[in-house]
Design a protein around this ligand. Structure first.
Ligand SMILES: [Zn+2]
Length: 280
């Protein structure tokens, strides 16, 4: 794909053949000088989620290898923003603040166009699918934060109270999955059939929240519930039948090559379990 000035399309898109979409909006490392920077305040909003681009591609590769071992050639969809977050933030609703340059706007459009295309293809071919949005956080908790569009204070409710709030169920980015499997919200996000539980079984050395072991973040923990992309492209209100989970990985899980490999292997195994269980 051309990345010259005349082609302002800084998005990597691999068309897939599995009901799985792996995306990384903040891992881009391209800083073309002619593309205007975003304002640097607050600084955390313009820093890259380091190595998430590489990890998205590695997870996709790992999943394809599992299918090869099963005698197939299937592979996931991949959507990665290559332009640095200093230039564009594709995980926000469009505004001037998201990117002050024409290239940023074109990239934002191309990125969500690719996600739309992937979601539609998955719906058409498989009826339902899974979309993982990979991110990095720098919170001292060192947990993998799983975002289902449920704010931390609600996660601190016990299962019964959580499941009574129909509005939360309607708004979660895995609403379609809950409906298809007849799971309650608490089962879907922190029960024995949840992503968080399966993640724990992989023994990567990193805990996940929410999960049966860590059902909620504590009031002082910073926790990301998930952003624009999982809200727009996930299955809340059953607008789509692609279920979305935002996966926020701590620095320790990304910066060192050995830890990164362990976490990628854990993600591959967990995602394959999800596909076998819910999307085949
Ligand atoms: Zn991010």
């Amino acid at each position: 794909m051309g990345l010259s000035r005349s082609d302002p399309n800084y998005v990597t898109f691999h068309h897939g053949t599995l009901p799985l979409i792996i995306a990384a909006p903040h891992g881009g490392q391209r800083y073309p000088r002619h593309v205007k920077n975003r304002p640097s305040e607050p600084e955390s909003n313009t820093k890259p989620d380091l190595f998430t681009r590489e990890m998205a591609l590695s997870v996709a590769h790992g999943v394809s290898k599992v299918w090869q071992e099963r005698g197939g050639t299937q592979r996931p969809f991949v959507v990665v923003c290559d332009l640095a977050r200093r230039k564009v933030d594709v995980n926000r609703e469009w505004s001037e603040e998201v990117g002050p340059s024409p290239e940023a706007k074109a990239t934002w459009k191309a990125y969500h166009g690719a996600l739309n295309e992937a979601v539609e293809a998955v719906q058409r071919q498989f009826g339902a699918g899974l979309y993982l949005d990979l991110h990095g956080h720098a919170h001292p908790t060192n947990w993998i934060e799983l975002g289902y569009n449920i704010p931390g204070p609600f996660l601190r409710l016990d299962d019964e109270a959580l499941d009574e709030l129909e509005i939360l169920r309607q708004n979660t980015s895995i609403y379609g999955l809950l409906e298809r499997t007849d799971m309650s919200l608490s089962e879907g996000i922190r029960g024995n059939r949840s992503f968080g539980h399966q993640w724990k079984e992989r023994n990567t050395g990193f805990e996940a929240v929410p999960s049966p072991q860590l059902p909620w973040p504590l009031p002082n923990d910073v926790y990301f519930k998930g952003g624009y992309s999982i809200q727009r492209h996930g299955s809340a209100h059953r607008k789509h039948s692609v279920d979305a989970i935002q996966v926020e990985m701590p620095r320790l899980a990304r910066l060192h090559v050995d830890e990164r490999a362990k976490v990628v292997a854990g993600l591959v195994d967990t995602v394959v379990w999800m596909l076998d269980q819910y999307y085949n």
